[in-house]
Ligand binder design. Structure first.
Ligand code: FES
Ligand SMILES: [Fe+2]
Length: 395
């Protein structure tokens, strides 16, 4: 586990209330039915097993989506101040993510422009304003500009302005840093629709405290890792001895914000009147989940927000970068204990239940025992999501 960062936003309330949310979030919450009035749709949907197993399908997703469209890469809260930078390895492409002196985020290929050495060898955020190559000590600003060359007089006609770091197109929206992994592709940030930005801004992810983060190496196709976060069907079953009893076995209120799917659901004791209680922690009664298209997941919890970025590394391997964000840093033992207990619990539930389910599912599908998987009405957001995904793939 990476050490918690000690940047602590101060002066913020430690909880969020209904009236702090976006208009879209509030309206969706008003559409949550009483549990005894909820109707579960019946559906008849399958998908071929090959969408999880085949190298051809994996390559098609990479070519048409992961390299041709903006994807969520990491979170803004890891770089809270100008002059910060960190290495990023999870995509398989060595990257540097930085925030320049004007506050603008950049994503660079992590390769020195002298002879390609990795400039930053750590994925921990550092604040220094400049990056010095360990090999021959060329120095770059966090804006990517080459600013210093050792023994510069020994080069003839070295044009420093032509040796800046190679930059990938990136944007920051709603506390998420989005990137185009193929810098030669036409930049496509069309997934970052304003409604999504408004929602994520309301959650104040960009100014949250990073309580902890951990990367998981999951032996499963990335879509199998994603699926549990698109359905409630498994919650009372897979999580029966942990968080299952907290949730109701009913469908979510589902909306599309561009290609991102937002699911909102009332917890087991939810009644619509809860939304009108002044000062109530809204995340205690309502859970909101975003599947940031294509590979991000945001889940609200009473005391923290989970953000996961799934990085497909092969048809049967996914690196999951899990981040645990609290509104403020714990400043007393009671808060520290609460956050620590929550953090340990969520790592256990995701790591030992959801990711494990993805792994055993992948292993079973790989036996060839099934030709297709089948989805229930409580899993309807999965085929809805695949419909969006497939619309970007070649016929
Ligand atoms: S490779 Fe970086 S200074 Fe030589
Ligand atoms: Fe789950």
């Amino acid at each position: 586990m990476n050490a918690p960062l000690d940047k602590a936003p101060v002066g913020k309330p430690i909880i969020q209330t209904y009236d702090m949310l976006s208009k879209g979030q509030r309206e969706a919450m008003k559409r949550i039915a009483r549990h005894d009035e909820a109707t579960v749709p019946q559906i008849e949907v399958t998908r071929p097993v090959s969408i999880f197993l085949s190298q051809e399908r994996f390559d098609a997703e990479q070519d048409a989506i992961f390299k041709k469209r903006a994807i969520p890469l990491t979170i803004s809260a890891l770089l809270p101040e100008p002059g910060m930078a960190m290495g990023h390895e999870s995509t398989g492409l060595p990257l540097i993510v930085s925030r320049d002196r004007d506050g603008k985020v950049h994503v660079f290929l992590n390769a020195c422009q002298h002879k390609g050495a990795k400039l930053l060898e750590t994925c921990e955020p550092v604040k220094s304003g400049r990056m010095t190559c360990p090999y021959h000590a060329w120095t770059f600003g966090v804006d990517g500009k080459l600013i210093g060359v050792a023994r510069a007089e020994t080069f003839i006609n070295l044009d420093k302005s032509k040796r800046n770091l190679a930059e990938l197109p990136s944007r920051e929206q709603g506390g998420i840093i989005w990137v185009m992994l193929d810098r030669n592709a036409e930049p496509d940030f069309s997934s970052l629709v304003p409604e999504l930005g408004e929602d994520l801004d309301a959650l104040e992810l960009g100014t949250a405290h990073v309580y902890g983060r951990k990367s998981f190496d999951v032996k499963a196709n990335w879509k199998l890792v994603l699926e549990p976060f698109l359905e409630g069907y498994h919650v009372q079953r897979l999580h029966a001895s942990t968080v299952g009893p907290l949730y109701a076995d009913v469908p979510n209120v589902v909306d599309k914000l561009g290609p991102t799917i937002r699911q909102i659901s009332g917890k087991v004791n939810f009644t619509p009147e809860d939304l009108d209680i002044p000062g109530e922690n809204i995340h205690k009664t309502v859970t909101t989940v975003y599947n940031l298209f294509p590979n991000g997941v945001i889940i609200t919890s009473p005391w923290y927000i989970s953000i996961m970025i799934l990085h497909p590394r092969g048809p049967d391997r996914t690196i999951v970068d899990y981040h645990n964000l609290t509104r403020v840093a714990p400043d007393n033992p009671k808060a520290e204990n609460l956050y620590k207990t929550s953090y340990d619990m969520v790592l256990d539930v995701f790591g030992n239940e959801d990711f494990r389910a993805a792994e055993i599912s992948h292993a079973g599908l790989a036996t060839g025992a099934l030709e297709s998987v089948v989805y229930s009405g409580l899993e309807a957001s999965i085929p809805a999501y695949y419909g969006i995904l497939e619309s970007y793939l070649p016929e």
